[in-house]
Write a protein that binds this ligand. Structure first.
Ligand code: FAD
Length: 400
């Protein structure tokens, strides 16, 4: 038997693509090396899966070609996926800046994808190990530990490198290289950052404190450009985490500094000009804007402690404000693939057709989802990319 399409990887993108192509009447086989399917979906969003974002648009993605996402997102938007979720009566809620989460469990999304596959008559085989893929006489031939398969179309949806413990692999990158398809350098993204410098040492005692900040990272004109986010920063034993730092990590490269305004949107100097200001201590004034333990540490670092604000010289006040608004910290590194949510980089978008996700060099070979050099901001954009890229690919499978 010759399959219309074989999809390697039964994660978010692979299952979604299979369900659509199957329901369009195509004979689809999905192969996955994991014994349990959809594990990344299950652990996503703290078990509630932030499955899309109401505002998902091109500016929420990093890619060497920032325009690449536009066509897939336009053809299958977050609205389309929300309609599907509603069709399945999966209860969900908006959490923050358009982020949509399941009310109950991420397993609802896995069940929905499996049910879509079932309706399309899709065959799923797992766990299976693929030993070889070759192109022969206009077909793709796959050798596995459970026999060989032939297919017209081959879709690679094996995701990225984060969380190797649940089956992440560099399969897509190696396969692309096997077929001379360019791959951009990859690194962990949406990942906590670690510090070794003495500068950060006093902060390590404040582990667990969350502070709304404005954070900036990256450099204009460099590979993925620069960013600025207003989000919460979390102090941890190992360094910095929380949404602000995860977002900034995608733009950060080793050796660079992060710029932090610890006052964030509360950048309100009125606190320092109030009627009772002069008789209050520096740490109590700071505690109006910052978590108390953090305020105390900063006041101590600036040798202000319990001194009344009136006793502090103009120069020292300026130094303090400069620190609060323009801190620069230099991370030592990231916490790596084990803690990253997503892979930055991947199969070069210049080698793919954005209308179909097909390789420009190899007809009928497709790459979708995280293995492609398209990385979303935190907040449901990465799943939206999985759905959008899978949708356009499924339509292309149906067309020829
Ligand atoms: C902890 C965590 C939380 C996250 N939370 C969110 C969130 O809330 N919202 C969001 O938008 N994104 C989130 N993400 C990112 C999101 O999970 C991914 O972007 C998304 O799953 C990518 O979909 P994919 O189908 O490309 O890859 P995956 O979903 O990773 O699927 C890849 C599949 O390929 C299989 N595979 C790998 N190698 C092989 C091989 N050699 N042979 C056969 N099969 C193989 C794997 O077993 C897996 O089933 C999170 C990620 C992590 C790690």
């Amino acid at each position: 038997m010759i399959w219309d399409a074989i999809i390697v990887g039964a994660g978010a993108a692979g299952l979604f693509c299979a369900g659509i192509a199957g329901q369009l009447g195509k004979k689809v086989l999905v192969l996955d090396h994991a014994s349990v399917l959809g594990e990344k979906i299950r652990i996503s969003g703290g078990g509630r899966c932030n499955f899309t974002n109401l505002h998902s648009a091109a500016h929420h993605f990093l890619s060497l070609n920032p325009h690449f996402v536009k066509s897939p997102l336009a053809r299958y938007s977050s609205k389309d996926f929300i309609n599907l979720v509603k069709q399945y009566r999966i209860p969900f809620h908006e959490k923050h800046q358009g982020q949509l989460f399941c009310d109950e469990s991420a397993k609802d999304i896995i069940q929905m994808l499996l049910s879509e596959c079932q309706q399309g008559g899709v065959r799923i085989q797992n766990p299976v190990t693929i030993s070889q893929i070759i192109s022969s006489n206009g077909l793709w031939e796959l050798e596995t530990n459970q026999g060989s398969h032939k297919t017209q179309k081959l879709v690679i949806a094996t995701g990225g490198l984060p969380v190797p413990a649940i089956g992440a692999s560099d399969y897509a990158l190696n396969l692309a290289k096997q077929f001379d398809i360019p791959v951009t350098a990859v690194r962990p993204a949406l990942v906590p950052l670690s510090f070794t410098s003495g500068e950060f040492l006093p902060m390590s005692d404040l582990s667990g404190i969350s502070i709304p900040v404005t954070i900036a990272s990256g450099q204009r004109g460099k590979r993925y450009g620069a960013c600025q986010f207003d989000e919460d920063l979390l102090l941890t034993h190992k360094g910095l985490s929380g949404p602000a730092v995860l977002q900034a990590s995608s733009y950060w490269t080793e050796g660079e500094t992060l710029k932090i305004n610890w006052l964030g949107k509360r950048d309100d100097e009125a606190v320092f000009l109030g009627p009772d200001t002069n008789t209050r201590s520096a740490d109590s004034l700071l505690a109006d804007l910052l978590p108390q333990r953090f305020a105390k540490l900063i006041a101590e670092q600036f040798d202000m402690g319990k001194r009344h604000w009136a006793e502090i010289s103009k120069k020292d006040r300026e130094c303090l404000m400069n620190y609060l608004k323009h801190s620069e910290v230099k991370p030592a590194g990231t916490l790596g693939w084990k803690k990253a949510e997503v892979m930055l980089g991947g199969v070069d978008t210049n080698a793919l057709d954005g209308k179909t996700m097909m390789s420009k060099q190899h007809p009928n070979l497709f790459f979708i989802g995280e293995c492609v050099d398209v990385t979303g901001h935190l907040g449901g954009h990465n799943f939206q990319w999985a759905w959008s890229s899978a949708y356009v690919c499924a339509q292309a499978i149906n067309q020829s």
